[in-house]
Structures are given as structure tokens and as C-alpha cells.
Design a protein around this ligand. Sequence first.
Ligand SMILES: C[S@@+](CC[C@H](N)C(=O)[O-])C[C@H]1O[C@@H](n2cnc3c(N)ncnc32)[C@H](O)[C@@H]1O
Length: 248
Amino acid sequence: MESKWVKPFYNRQFEMFAYLHEYSENYLDWAKEIEQQVNQPFQSVLEIGAGNGHLAKAVASLGKDVTTVELVPDLVDFARQDEPLGVTSICASFYDVDLIDSFDVLLYIDGFGVDGDDEQLYLLKRINQWLKPNGVGLIDIYNPNYWKKAAGQSMYIDPSKSVLRKYDYDQENQRMVDTWWEEGAPDDTYTQTLACYKPNEIESLCDQAGLKIVGWFPGGAMDWDEWKYNPKASLEDCLSYRIKVVKS
Ligand SMILES: C[S@@+](CC[C@H](N)C(=O)[O-])C[C@H]1O[C@@H](n2cnc3c(N)ncnc32)[C@H](O)[C@@H]1O
């Protein structure tokens, strides 16, 4: 079900960037922020689209039991190295993974929107099924306002300045488009594209999936005039915002 670009893009991203292999204390800060956003006692966590598994490890270090679902085998192999007690990494697609358990908390941090509305709705319905009756989901949503303005911007991605990226916006399908290439090889590109949703649009999709949004947490935004990243932007201006969902 997943789009063709997904596996090659995230595989290549992981190969290209050493910083994605390094664990930092930031992950613990993000795990604590998640604990605050959940704002009720919890034990079991399902993290989908878990990437390198660092966040899962940080959440487990707070005494939680974390199951992850990640599509790219190399990322899962990496996450399984030094896997602490309390983390179970599953290599599968969140569209068809068979999970018998339900969870207190569902996390989908950075990545919602890989496919179209039908697939996103299908995934939200699965998220609903994975939640325990009083469970809470936290999902990051890309903001169309931000990505429309970002279109046309290009920059180096990595600290060693060997990889460039350019942002575009697909107006018709409301998707941010992020294209990468190594300096000197502009024809050999990798593109990720993610659906963007205004608050009322994601609210309607959640509603159709039997989920109610009970919290909104705006993230940061790049100030393109000052060329500076502001870590706390408004819901209107942020790059992405986190929604907190419960069963409706
Ligand atoms: C933008 S990355 C974010 C990774 C991690 N959550 C983070 O914040 O660093 C999105 C991740 O979702 C994974 N992914 C995409 N489609 C998936 C699917 N159908 N099933 C499981 N994982 C998927 C990708 O392989 C990638 O690792």
C-alpha cells in the first residue's frame, strides 16, 4: 500500500547521515515532553514510523514498554543493536502489521502523510483500534501554511555541507515536496513528499476514524527572512503541529 518512494528515501537518508546514527540527550528531552503531553499515567507505547529507534529507547528509559513498527529493514537492524529491555522492534508496514495488543499510548512522530487521504484515513482507523479505551495518540501533522511559504527554498542539510535539499509545494494535492541530492550529482535526486493538513482538515479525518483531537502542540518554524529557526511557533505558522487524539 505504501508509496514507492518511501523505502528508498528513508534507507538512503539513513546511509547518508552519520548524525542519524548518534544518540543524544535530546531524545530524553523529547521523551519527557511526550510524557507531559500525554498527561496521564501510562505503561505500554506503540511507536509507528520509528526510524532509528532512538526515541523508543529514550521512552523506555522512563520505565515504559515500547513496541516499534518501522518499514526499512536497515533502520530496524540498527535499532535492535543495544536494544534495552522494554523495547520490541518490529520490521513491518503500519498498513498491514498484525498486532494483537492494544496500547496506552500511540506515537507517530514526524512522518504522517506519506500517502493520500484514503490511506491516511485507513491508518487513523488502525490507530483507533490499537488504542486502549482510555488511550492517547500523539501524531505530528505537516502544516500547509508553512510549506506553501517554504516552496523554492534550498539549503545544505548536513553539517559537512555535501548534501543539498530544495522545498516545493504541490498545490493540487496539498503536499510538501523535499528533494535531496549530493553536491556534484544534481540529477541523482531523492524526494520525500508528505500530505499537509489544516487543523480543520485533520479534525475531519480524525472524526471519520472515530478519533477526537483533545490537544494541539505547535512545533517550530524557519524564519526565511532572518534565516533562523524559531523552536516555538504559532499553530498558524509552525512547520508541523502535534495532535493529541483519543477515541470519540
Ligand atoms: C520522517 S521519518 C521519522 C522517523 C522518526 N519517527 C523520527 O522522528 O526521527 C518517517 C519514518 O516512517 C517510516 N515509515 C514510512 N512508511 C511506513 C510504513 N508504511 N510502515 C512503517 N514505517 C513507515 C519511514 O521508513 C521513516 O523511518
